[in-house]
Design a protein around this ligand. Sequence first.
Ligand code: BGN
Length: 316
Amino acid sequence: MRDASGNFSLLHRTCSLVVLLCFLHISVTFIYYVRNSDSRQTFVQNQQTPQVHRKLTEQRVTIEETRPPSLSNGTETERKLETCPDNPPQLVGPLRVEFSDPVTLDLVREQNPALQPGGRFKPKDCIAQQKVAMIIPFRNRDEHLKFWLYYMHPILQRQQLDYGVYVIIQDGDRAFNRAKLLNIGYAEALKEYDYQCFVFSDVDLIPMDDRNIYKCFNQPRHLSVSMDKFGFRLPYTQYFGGVSSLSKEQYLKINGFPNNYWGWGGEDDDIFNRFDRIAHTRQTMGRDGINSLSYKVVKVEKDQLFTKITVDVGKP
Ligand code: BGN
């Protein structure tokens, strides 16, 4: 009898322990599920249309830690408004960025009624902290451009920037000259408006988080430090390609960008080295840059979504 009751109490304790463990397991799973479903909701909420998009071609994305701004501006008529806050209230954080379903320019136009011709925008409830020109070097990448406009316009508006989008198209089929197109974008944008800040962006890069604000800081900033194509890390420490922002002063201080990198690669490394005292570029940057820029404007076209400037950059 004693053995039987001893066995029973052991069984009882074992069962209680199993029940307790099950309960613990269910609780942990439940808490984990609730947390996860919260973050899923954030993504859904950030989708810009009900359409589901998935990756089709190469997907390059950017993320960056953010930092409060400091530049300010304003005209007489704007004076009654307050300067926009450091942390724009409409930012939503992580974004779902996908490229599978095609996007049309008409759809993007429809979704961005507040844009002025040339892809220009100013927040209406506050004075933007900075006037920013978005410069995109371009040739034959219409699909990428549609996605860029589709994702970037809503983001830039939520970031409360006073901005314009400049797509600088290299005419002809000679070797592409990315850095020269960036210089041209700088020069052409300034002919239109008193921009204080320049964001130089490849057409195929979209930030995955709108807290990565496309504006200028007290140092030149590399905005695409974490791309999916590079496994969300820098391919090398000095990497400065993709998307970067420079204030007008910073840009002039380094004499803009080199004009003589034809074809793929190297120009971004040259730009990086302009910040570096021991760099080889220091020997050439004084005579090769915005001060030696020469080109011909072939055509300027204004779309609601962007200013398209076709240029003859010459030959290698
Ligand atoms: C580097 C390129 C960069 C490019 C990165 C990432 C050169 C210079 C060689 C002397 N640099 O190799 O321009 O952004 O790869 O793809 O080609």
